[in-house]
Design a protein around this ligand. Structure first.
Ligand code: GLN
Length: 195
């Protein structure tokens, strides 16, 4: 659990509910120890800045390139994207790894946050409650990545909001806020398969 900024406690609870042994990561030595990592929501610009200050930026880029399973939620999705759309708010760098272009704060200032039910490939059972907070969307999905979830209703219906590429998983929304640990369980299964 990348714990420089964001809603760390909620993710720790969801990971524990999904059967993982969850710890916080704030130092390079801690990053070296984990079998998987969650990048929480927060402010992507701040997380990048702090990651550089704490000497985590390059080590995490390297571990992602080596196949470390990582799940990014909201700001975490932005940080896993290979490209950030210039039409949204710019960002100096990302960790990258998923062949997508994201647009930050894409749903617009008027609609700061909203919720809806949607389906995610790999998550069985009833639809997931997805909570979007100043969320990005996926503007473009490159050939290496796979769209696994879309907005279902309203003017943004069809927008891609969940993606997967190998050991990397990302959602525009915040499953850690709903008490439904199925996305975290999907990620924990991915970590177990990779290990
Ligand atoms: N708007 C934030 C960003 O661009 C993400 C918001 C969130 O993580 N809830 O970094």
């Amino acid at each position: 659990m990348f714990a420089l900024q964001g809603d760390v406690r909620e993710h720790l609870q969801a990971l524990t509910a999904a059967g993982a042994e969850a710890v916080t990561v704030r130092r390079p030595e801690e990053l070296a120890e984990v079998d998987g990592l969650v990048l929480p929501g927060g402010e992507s610009t701040t997380i990048v800045k702090l990651a550089k200050i704490f000497d985590l930026f390059d080590p995490l880029r390297d571990r992602i390139a080596d196949g470390l399973p990582v799940y990014g939620s909201c700001a975490g999705m932005i940080l896993l994207a290979d490209r950030v759309d210039a039409g949204g708010s710019p960002l100096e760098a990302t960790f990258g790894g998923i062949d997508i272009t994201v647009r930050r704060n894409a749903f617009g200032r008027q609609v700061d946050s909203f919720e809806e039910d949607l389906a995610v490939e790999g998550v069985d059972g009833e639809p997931l409650r997805a909570v979007f907070i100043r969320a990005p969307w996926v503007q473009q999905v490159g050939p290496a990545a796979q769209a696994i979830g879309h907005v279902t209703g309203g003017e943004h219906a069809g927008r891609v909001v969940a993606v997967r590429q190998g050991n990397l998983l990302a959602t525009s929304f915040h499953p850690e806020l709903t008490g439904d640990a199925r996305i975290h369980a999907l990620f924990v299964a991915l970590v177990r398969e990779a290990g």
